[in-house]
Ligand binder design. Structure first.
Ligand SMILES: Cc1cc2nc3c(=O)[nH]c(=O)nc-3n(C[C@H](O)[C@H](O)[C@H](O)COP(=O)(O)OP(=O)(O)OC[C@H]3O[C@@H](n4cnc5c(N)ncnc54)[C@H](O)[C@@H]3O)c2cc1C
Length: 481
């Protein structure tokens, strides 16, 4: 039961944060044209909307132009649809530079893990207790909303939803102690922690075969692009909605203040005039909003994933949980299996802490990083020496670009009136909204942040005042209410 040293540098969180804050602005860019192939996107028939609307004319006008077809952009359309008025639904268009959902959402780790209490002390010291509580609330609101959608559409199997819970495994004493402090502080603040289960080293070894202590709480994993595809179809059934892939937005200009469609969105396939623009392009936000370049904005950061076949059946791993370790740098889970004898495929991400720049500023997902790949190849065979064949090559390996902010929290709300303004950029952004910068933790946040944007647009279009929901941390907002 003695742990073998895992092939990852430990205690890198602070160094990573320091590096993020000193990262020079990456060049503004569009997504790379020939991205690596991900398991989620490139498994046959997984992405039927990949090329949707990639040819033909673009509509000349729309009420709302959403830029980006990841979970944020499509969730905005979804929430506009759920709140649409039958007699006057907004006309919505989604413009996507590459294939449908081919950014971070189509290349991530597949975890839908709302935070239970981790980092509570840090959140509380930076933003106060009420904000720390709301940060947890927003994540459970997101997870509940996604799970309700899945259940209402009866698509649990279609999106490979697995309710296996989530385990955080502590490699170092320091991260274990910090988590205990977070737990204590969250409990004192009144957080419901009844589903949290601490496991000591012996319990973890006897149940899961890993020689480290851990903590288990609620969490799911799923097939992200399949979820987003269903959300798109739902929105399209309720709204005049169209999707145009292979349509990079290059710039946005004003149609003049008097025009009912204030903005002209310019793409390589023509222009669309619209009243509202939603920037749902996450890591690439600074391409259209140069004010977001650099460490006070959104820092593109490359993440890498491997899909690795185990050499024993799933039941020998003690369950279907998703996992993370090493301050969240590594995260993994086994894909569902068709029969008890099938050898499971594990989706494992991480390894960027091996690089001194932590892959900050990297915008190219057409390449994998060899040093990161080496860490990922060694991780599971070292953790489970009897369950993975050492030296076995991954079935697939890919990268994706995350968008990090210095607070690790997203920017949500109107563009141009924000805490991150102050640049010489004088364009009037009335009608522009952004939800971006989830810092590698977007699945339990983007859906709710998109709800905020959709309700802001609806309120504005009806001339009503927007009221913040009680689960929304004020510090996420670009313009505090
Ligand atoms: C490797 C990796 C692992 C991750 N693992 C997890 C995880 O397990 N759990 C979790 O919660 N989060 C994870 N994340 C983070 C999560 O995937 C993101 O926070 C989330 O998907 C962001 O969604 P989004 O829609 O805002 O951005 P994206 O999914 O990146 O979508 C933005 C879209 O905009 C398009 N675009 C960009 N520029 C333009 C333009 N100028 N014109 C038109 N279109 C444009 C892009 O092509 C892209 O499709 C991971 C991310 C990565 C990269």
């Amino acid at each position: 039961m003695q742990p073998t040293a895992l092939p990852v540098p430990t205690s890198r969180l602070q160094r990573c944060q320091d590096n993020l804050q000193s990262t020079e602005a990456a060049d503004e860019c569009l997504p790379a044209q020939n991205p690596t192939e991900s398991f989620w996107l490139n498994t046959p028939n997984a992405n039927p909307l990949a090329k949707e609307g990639s040819t033909g004319d673009l509509p000349a006008v729309a009420d709302v132009c959403i830029i980006g077809s990841g979970i944020t952009g499509v969730s905005v359309a979804y929430h506009l649809a759920t709140q649409a008025q039958q007699e006057q639904p907004l006309k919505v268009i989604i413009l996507e530079a590459r294939d449908f959902c081919s950014g971070a959402t189509g290349r991530n780790g597949g975890h839908l893990t709302p935070n239970a209490f981790i980092d509570f002390c840090s959140l509380k010291s930076r933003f106060g207790q009420e904000e720390a509580l709301k940060a947890l609330d927003l994540e459970s609101h997101t997870a509940n909303g996604i799970l309700e959608f899945i259940s209402s559409q009866n698509i649990e199997q279609a999106v490979d939803l697995v309710a296996g819970g989530h385990i955080t495994m502590f490699i170092t004493e320091d991260e274990f102690l910090r988590a205990q402090e977070d737990y204590q502080a969250a409990r004192e603040a009144g957080v419901d922690l009844s589903s949290v289960d601490w496991l000591n080293k012996e319990e973890m070894f006897s149940t899961y075969g890993v020689p480290y202590p851990g903590v288990k709480f609620g969490g799911h994993n799923l097939w992200p692009v399949k979820l987003v595809t269903h959300m798109y179809h739902f929105a399209k059934s309720k709204l005049p909605l169209s999707l145009h892939t292979s349509t990079p937005v290059n710039s946005i200009s004003s149609n003049g203040g008097d025009s009912p469609h204030r903005w002209k969105v310019h793409t390589s396939r023509g222009s669309v005039s619209c009243s509202y623009v939603v920037h749902a392009i996450n890591a690439y936000a600074s391409h259209l909003l140069p004010r977001l370049r650099g460490s006070s904005g959104i820092v593109p950061t490359r993440g890498q994933i491997v899909a690795v076949r185990a050499s024993v059946p799933l039941h020998q791993f003690g369950g279907k949980s998703s996992w993370d370790a090493n301050d969240g740098f590594e995260y993994w889970f086994p894909r569902p299996v068709g029969s008890t004898s099938e050898l499971p495929l594990f989706i494992l991400g991480g390894g960027r802490e091996v690089e001194t720049h932590f892959e900050h500023g990297e915008t190219d997902d057409s390449k994998c990083n060899e040093a990161v790949g080496k860490v990922l190849r060694g991780f599971l065979p070292t953790l489970h020496p009897d369950k993975f064949e050492s030296g076995r090559e991954p079935v697939m390996e890919w990268t994706g670009i995350m968008g990090f902010t210095s607070s690790r929290d997203p920017f949500v709300g109107p563009v141009g009136e924000s805490h991150n303004s102050g640049s010489s950029d004088e364009m009037n952004y009335k009608g522009h909204f952004i939800a971006a910068g989830y810092s590698g933790h977007g699945m339990p946040r983007a859906f709710a942040c998109a709800e905020v944007i959709a309700t802001m647009i609806i309120a504005d279009s009806r001339g009503q005042q927007w009221n913040a929901p009680n689960w929304l941390p004020q510090h996420y907002l670009t313009k505090p209410t």
